[in-house]
Write a protein that binds this ligand. Structure first.
Ligand code: KG4
Ligand code: ZN
Length: 341
């Protein structure tokens, strides 16, 4: 049984062929980083157009790598929520067209649930029940995951996502885009205690929430005092490294504290982490240390399954088995940036 999975929620055009044993036969991710770099962020119109240009070559190349043809595919899956409307539409229309032409089932994927499922694909063992942490460019959410299809939101960010903060702080420090890898690289030469930066809600054990906008503003005021344009400030390479390290440390402290609190509160004893920011080395190191100390089972997706990809959409196999098949009226659901309740 082979499933062809499409992913176009944001700025990566991706496809994968996975079998019912979760073996990955082929996977392709076409990144748009070069197109969005000069804007220091994703431009939705550019993203949508690039998906249109890339989706068919990406599917072709995926099938070639999987050494199969469309005739071998038994079902089509596509991430239809959440994401950028124009980007989502490209994947959903392609998936519907293939499902209709090949007369095979169409399965919808929730992109955030898929980020957690990346841990299941990677671990090659059952990882449910668990607490799921999704840390990406658009979301920072904690879930109680009773099963692969049973996710309940425990909390999330009340303003910016962690990845968004990485991207904006990198831009303020004149580091490259995307900001996550650039900050983590710069931080290698810095002192994470050089600047005292805020860690919202960290001592509030009643809240499973995050807030990163105040942290972003605090970095801005470290670059230049209020009233002065931070864009005119000149920082030494050491100041940039120290600010990058201090910022990264503050984000990591919050993510680790709330994830462990969620594991403790739910009593689930297992934490699965996915999303682009989960590729961060310092976050992975700290999660390892703290989960080991607390005796929790930790599964973090490997970096290539943290950033957007189609393989994680293999959660569609679980939906297919449970009989969740879509009709051709399947629509996109861009959703809210704040998905907590
Ligand atoms: O999951 P993802 O690829 O796309 C979304 O669904 O948003 O996440 C992209 C985000 C970007 O904000 C990027 O800066 C961040 O993940 N990111 C990182 C790292 N690699 C990517 N953040 C921190 N450290 C990294 N190494
Ligand atoms: Zn994502």
């Amino acid at each position: 049984m082979l499933i062809l999975i499409l992913e176009s929620t944001c700025d990566e055009t991706a496809a994968a062929v996975v079998d019912d044993q979760l073996r990955v036969l082929g996977s392709v991710v076409a990144s748009q980083v070069e197109l969005h770099k000069r804007f220091h962020g994703i431009v939705p119109e550019i993203a949508a157009r690039a998906h249109v240009e890339r989706i068919l070559p990406v599917i072709d190349e995926t099938l070639r790598r999987a050494e199969c043809t469309l005739a071998d595919v038994d079902a089509i899956a596509v991430a239809n929520t959440p994401g950028l409307a124009g980007s989502l539409i490209v994947g959903v229309v392609a998936a519907k067209t293939l499902a209709l032409a090949l007369d095979i089932p169409l399965v919808a994927v929730n992109h955030l649930h898929a980020h957690v499922y990346a841990c299941r694909v990677h671990a090659r063992r059952d990882v449910f029940p668990c607490v799921g942490l999704v840390v990406s460019g658009g979301h920072t959410s904690l879930y109680e995951c009773r099963g692969p299809l049973d996710f309940r939101i425990l909390g999330g960010t009340i303003d910016d996502a962690a990845g968004e903060a990485f991207d904006k702080v990198a831009s303020m420090l004149r580091l490259s885009y995307p900001g996550g890898p650039a900050i983590s690289q710069a931080a290698l030469d810095g002192d994470g205690r050089a600047y005292a930066l805020p860690r919202s809600f960290i001592n509030d054990d009643d809240r499973l929430q995050f807030s990163f906008s105040g942290l972003k503003t605090a970095v801005r005021y470290q670059i230049a005092p209020p009233g002065e344009d931070f864009r005119n400030a000149t920082l030494t390479p050491q100041q940039v490294a120290d600010l990058a390290a201090s910022f990264q440390e503050a984000v990591v402290d919050c993510l680790v504290a709330k994830s462990l609190l969620a594991v403790k509160k739910t009593g689930l004893l297992r934490l699965c982490v996915g999303g682009g920011v989960a590729a961060n080395r310092r976050l992975r190191e700290r999660l390892d240390q703290e989960c080991e100390r607390a005796g929790y089972d930790l599964i973090v997706a490997p970096p290539e399954l943290c950033t957007d990809n189609a393989v994680m959409g293999a959660v569609a196999l679980e939906r297919l088995r449970a009989g969740h098949v879509e009709q051709l009226d399947l629509d996109v659901a861009p959703g809210l940036v704040r998905d907590y309740t």
